[in-house]
Design a protein around this ligand. Structure first.
Ligand SMILES: [Mg+2]
Length: 329
């Protein structure tokens, strides 16, 4: 049923979305056909896009602001993984006739808060109606020194492998949200929060330029994404499972039921950075971790392609996982 309080699309853009462009002069208050952006001297533009669909990537019952924040943050995570500093974004929103103005305003409020956190603004986009599920597409734009974008392809045998933050909270948070993981209320809440609201490592990512030999962000699961990095680089990897950093809440879940450890290493939605770097850069990596306020942990070593991509326990025995991360259809 159409919502009588909802303005038409032009008014929606003017009222709800144009204020999100206020900090970007090149967006012209969303009144023109296109936006302008001049990258800094010696910089290249880095682009990434993600789309999400109601019922597939988020639930109808999810809070509107957290849906918007997750959409923005997964894109910022990709920029961080490429060493780029985020500058702005383009947004396509598709609203159903029964979407309330309050929901749309909640969505915009999530964006407004994150724009402040990450120092970016809305540059443009489109707003359409849909008879189907809500769906959104966001293109994030950042910049990186010319020729310096971190690629998946540069890992070399003998490099150290590192992750930022903690691993597994996304997958355990989803399990908690679905009622499959039970524990202390505080732990359940903190895991669900990590699942709903990832922390893109933008401050760390830009500082890894010139230090990391290859990087990506963990979205499909640590082992699966490590496989992607190794495949592109033509190498293998050995992860020392006991080194993989877990949050206090994830540690307690694993202590209560060790099968959650496999979920932590293979589940998705962590949005932490996974990168390779020469052992010669270890001290500088520790320094940029401190500067950016993000924990960085060495979890393994790049080995030859023939040795494959695997994790070992503290005795050096290989670990088997039921599935290598979340598979996309
Ligand atoms: Mg990615």
């Amino acid at each position: 049923m159409p919502q009588p309080d909802r303005p038409d699309e032009f008014s929606l853009i003017a009222k709800v979305f144009a204020p999100l462009s206020a900090e970007a002069p090149g967006a012209f208050g969303l009144t023109d056909d296109a936006a302008l952006f001049a990258p800094g001297e010696g910089m290249e533009i880095v682009l990434t896009v993600d789309a999400i669909v109601e019922g597939v990537h988020f639930l109808s019952s999810d809070p509107a602001d957290s849906v918007a924040q997750k959409l923005l943050r997964v894109n910022l995570s990709d920029l961080a993984a490429k060493g780029a500093t985020p500058r702005g974004y383009l947004l396509v929103t598709s609203w159903r006739a029964d979407t309330t103005l309050a929901w749309i305003e909640g969505f915009a409020d999530g964006l407004r808060r994150d724009q402040k956190t990450f120092g970016i603004a809305l540059w443009g986009g489109d707003t359409v109606s849909t008879p189907g599920p809500l769906n959104f597409s966001l293109t994030a734009i950042g910049e990186v020194p010319r020729g310096k974008m971190l690629r998946r392809s540069g890992a070399r045998i003998g490099d150290d492998l590192y992750v930022s933050g903690t691993i597994g909270d996304g997958a355990l948070g989803l399990a908690a949200a679905e009622g499959r993981l039970v524990g202390a209320l505080e732990d359940v809440r903190s895991l669900i929060d990590r699942y709903r609201c990832p922390q893109p490592r933008t401050a760390l990512g830009s500082r890894l330029v010139g230090l990391a030999s290859a990087a990506l962000d963990v979205s499909d699961g640590l082992m699966a994404d490590l496989g992607h990095l190794c495949e592109t680089s033509g190498v293998g990897a050995r992860i020392e499972a006991s080194l993989v950093p877990l949050s206090p809440a994830a540690s307690r879940a694993v202590d209560a039921n060790s099968s959650w450890f496999g979920t932590a290493l293979t589940g998705g939605d962590d949005y932490e950075l996974l990168f390779a770097a020469s052992p010669a850069n270890a001290a500088r990596i520790a320094a940029v971790a401190t500067e950016s306020g993000v924990a960085v942990t060495r979890i393994g070593t790049v080995v030859s392609r023939e040795e494959g991509v695997h994790a070992v326990d503290s005795q050096g025995s290989p670990l088997a996982f039921g599935q290598l991360g979340f598979k996309h259809f």
